[in-house]
Design a protein around this ligand. Structure first.
Ligand code: NAD
Length: 506
């Protein structure tokens, strides 16, 4: 048996329970079908076959989950931080124990390759551990002094919160949003993406097996415009942490307006990687290739615009095209695979539509530009693509394609590069390659994005702020920023002497 057959067999063993029972909602510690009894089908992008049925939750299910989260809130809020820390570390341990199941399930549900998903559980566990360790101090504030007064601030969890996640790396992103919510003392209603519901089910199940009290974390599956909308409108839900498209963020903001929802948005990107002629070009090319073609290009921080100094533009693009053409497409469970199938035929169609857009706009398809054929023709594989001869006004340079598609543009000067880098509606991330440290400081300071990586593909450090400017988001995650979102800050002012209280009315 080949290694791939062996992996497929293992994946089938993990999927058997979903195939037999489907995916139910988990509300107040109980697995339940949607109240309507409705379900929808989840397919695998590998061959478009059905994986399982999924409970199609709606407003009634969201209401039940919000009531459960509301009822569980006081006890969870009042649990000592060190006890919450221990519980969340227990969840991290349980995640690691089921790492293979999580990875294989995620690969089959999303099409992401095992090469990257094999680390999904470890990263998810790291998210839990990082935020768990901050739980004991989460309520701390500071004190400030002024003549005649001492001020003391403290924080408290805001209440039950809604978490709405996308399909690109659903397991990692769910842990990234939910771990800090729980660590801060909030209870959670999670609405996973309808295209990738399986790993969210594993995650909430793991949390309960690790001892999380009923009602603290509830998962309701369903369609965004239905279950997601109901969650963002629910009066008992105090805040919505959302990761997804910028347009959806606008909807959620509108939907949450009547109940004055606090929102935290991690949205789309069209992130520039700016390569100056003095950079280490081999490393820069590897980094650019990694950040657009790993995770199938379905990555918010993908380096989807390649801005290259004109003197090296042609040679650099040729290098990138050569590397792109060498990337292995294949079954996500094949350990040699870098690019797996895109999440769904509708998304594949969107990504492929940009090949025609590029032609119509007069750009050149230097490599890729089409669906993969042969044995991969039955799934959603798109060849790694590079567009050259582009300019920043083209749609291929402005719109988030969210696939393995890179648009290269030449620049003539630092000012030119900066203008191009900033001239998009998005502002999530920027990547900068130069050997000139003064330029690196000057340029990164002027980039209108939330995160800049200098001479690296995307080194992560969980205490650093993560998030975007402009249409890429509102708020930051990571470090203490997550806690600030999930908590209210209260200030108490103590008068230290008998100051003159104004006398009105005698
Ligand atoms: P999406 O916006 O279509 O869906 C995300 C989630 O929102 C899903 O759970 C969906 O059901 C729900 N939803 C849809 N309509 C809703 C509504 N009206 N009310 C409430 N919920 C609703 O996004 P997607 O296609 O699943 O994911 C891809 C997008 O996510 C890309 O734009 C990508 O850049 C972005 N993303 C951003 C980050 C980041 O950190 N900035 C990370 C990953 C993905």
């Amino acid at each position: 048996m080949s290694a791939l057959d062996d992996n497929i067999q293992k994946a089938e063993a993990h999927l058997a329970r979903f195939r037999a029972e489907g995916v139910q909602n988990l509300i107040n510690g109980e697995s339940v079908p949607a109240q309507s009894g409705d379900t929808f089908e989840s397919i695998t992008p590998v061959d478009l076959s059905t994986l399982c049925s999924v409970a199609k939750g709606g407003a009634a299910d969201i209401d039940a989950a919000a009531q459960a989260a509301h009822a569980a809130f006081p006890a969870w809020r009042d649990m000592p931080g060190k006890d919450r820390r221990a519980l969340l570390h227990g969840i991290a341990d349980a995640i690691v124990a089921r790492a293979e199941e999580i990875a294989f399930t995620e690969c089959m549900d999303t099409g992401q390759s095992l090469r990257f998903m094999s680390k999904a559980a470890l990263r998810g566990a790291a998210n839990f551990r990082f935020f768990a360790d901050q739980a004991p101090a989460a309520r701390d504030g500071n004190s400030s002094y002024a003549p005649g007064q001492i001020n003391v601030s403290s924080r408290s969890p805001i209440g039950p919160v809604g978490v709405i996640t996308p399909w690109n790396t659903p397991f990692m992103l769910s842990t990234w949003k939910i771990a800090p919510a729980l660590a801060s003392g909030c209870t959670v209603v999670h609405k996973p993406a309808e295209l990738s519901p399986l790993s969210a089910r594993l995650l909430v199940e793991i949390a309960h097996e690790a001892g999380l009290p009923a009602g603290v974390w509830n998962t309701v599956n369903g369609i965004g415009e239905d279950a997601g909308k109901a969650l963002s409108e629910h009066p008992l839900i105090k805040a919505i942490a959302f990761v997804g498209e910028s347009n959806t963020g606008s909807h959620i903001m509108r939907q949450g307006a009547d109940t004055l929802k606090r929102v935290h948005f991690e949205l789309g990107g069209k992130n520039p990687v700016v390569v100056f002629a003095d950079a280490d070009l081999e490393r820069a090319a590897d980094a650019a290739v990694f950040m657009i073609y790993s995770l199938n290009g379905e990555r918010c921080t993908s380096s989807s615009r390649l801005l290259v100094e004109r003197s090296i533009h042609d040679a650099f693009c040729a290098l990138v095209a050569k590397k792109a053409a060498n990337i292995t497409l294949g079954h996500p469970l094949d350990t040699d695979t870098t690019i797996g199938p895109l999440i769904h035929p509708v998304h594949e169609e969107k990504v492929l539509s940009y090949m025609q857009v590029a032609r119509d706009e007069g750009a050149t398809i230097a490599t890729g530009g089409e669906k993969a054929g042969g044995a991969l023709a039955n799934g959603c594989w798109v060849k790694p693509t590079l567009f050259t001869n582009a300019n920043n006004r083209m749609r291929i340079a402005q719109e988030e394609i969210f696939g393995p598609v890179l648009t290269a543009i030449a620049f003539d000067s630092e000012d030119d590069a900066l203008a191009l880098a900033n001239d998009v509606q998005y502002g999530l991330a920027g990547y900068l390659w130069t050997a000139d440290s003064n330029r690196a400081m000057r340029f990164s300071d002027r980039m209108d994005v939330g995160m800049v990586w200098v001479n690296s593909e995307n080194l992560r450090h969980l205490p650093t702020p993560f998030g975007g400017t402009k249409n890429s988001g509102i708020g930051r995650d990571g470090g203490d920023w997550s806690f600030d979102f999930y908590m209210e800050t209260k200030n108490v002012c103590f008068a230290t002497d008998a100051h003159r209280v104004p006398k009105l009315g005698g």
